[in-house]
Design a protein around this ligand. Structure first.
Ligand SMILES: [Zn+2]
Length: 246
């Protein structure tokens, strides 16, 4: 049973249906969802707006319609999974565009490099999800790019510990099969890049198994037909994961 204050919170967060429909129409990945899926998307969006905090950064003010766009795009990966899969974080931080991120890397000799670089989005371990608004607006156009899905895939990935491209799988999913499919596709991409061949996926996916899972998730939602045709095994695993009821 849902408590009365939960109900009230959801009622207050619920976006205007016409404004919501305008957001959906603006992004091809949302516009092509069935009417049933779109009403489910509205429920998820409402839950995200009720549960999460949206903070503007980098000197900008965040308009309601911009918050709604972030929340609606964020609802896409958990359409069937449910917003409980976002329990690992509470806050979205939105910059106007690409933002400077502190980074820390340890090289092969164990030397720590610290610095800043430009990012479109970033998922911190158990921290906020940081997004650049320009990149959010460029996402979900059916071109294989979706920074929101990318960062949220990282959040989902780390629900069972490390960010390692191995999220908590559903009952009935074969763990070994997941590992085999993902490591083969990852190895294939690394080999292609080493040999100067045409990469079969965005080269950024070769950074690490965690990035591979995040990039593959972007492709799964943004260009599903392309992924099904070019990486059928990967598509199958991601479909079983993100859409267990289909
Ligand atoms: Zn990433």
């Amino acid at each position: 049973m849902m408590s009365w204050f939960r109900k009230r919170r959801l009622a207050r967060a619920r976006p205007d249906e016409h404004v919501f429909a305008q957001v959906v129409a603006e992004f091809p990945v949302l516009a092509r969802l069935s009417p049933d899926q779109q009403s489910c998307l509205l429920e998820r969006t409402t839950e995200i707006l009720a549960d999460k905090t949206f903070q503007a950064a980098g000197g900008m003010a965040l308009e309601d319609d911009e918050t709604l766009i972030v929340a609606t795009m964020a609802a896409l990966p958990v359409l069937e999974l449910g917003v409980d899969w976002y329990r690992g974080f509470h806050t979205f931080i939105i910059y106007p565009g690409e933002f400077q991120a502190e980074f820390e890397e340890v090289d092969e000799d164990g030397v720590v490099h610290r610095g800043r670089d430009l990012r479109a989005g970033e998922a911190w371990a158990h921290g906020p999800v940081v997004l650049g608004l320009d990149e959010v607006l460029a996402s979900g156009r059916g071109e294989g790019y979706n920074v929101v899905v990318h960062e949220l895939a990282h959040q989902i990935d780390q629900l069972n510990g490390d960010m390692d491209g191995f999220p908590p799988l559903h009952r009935g999913m074969d763990r070994q099969q997941w590992v085999d499919v993902f490591s083969q596709a990852y190895q294939r991409l690394c080999t292609e890049l080493e040999q100067g061949l045409e990469p079969s996926l965005d080269p950024y996916a070769a950074e690490s198994p965690a990035e591979f899972f995040a990039v593959a998730s972007e492709f799964y939602f943004d260009v599903p037909e392309w992924l099904a045709e070019n990486h059928p095994d990967l598509h199958h695993q991601l479909k079983r994961f993100y859409h267990p009821t289909r």
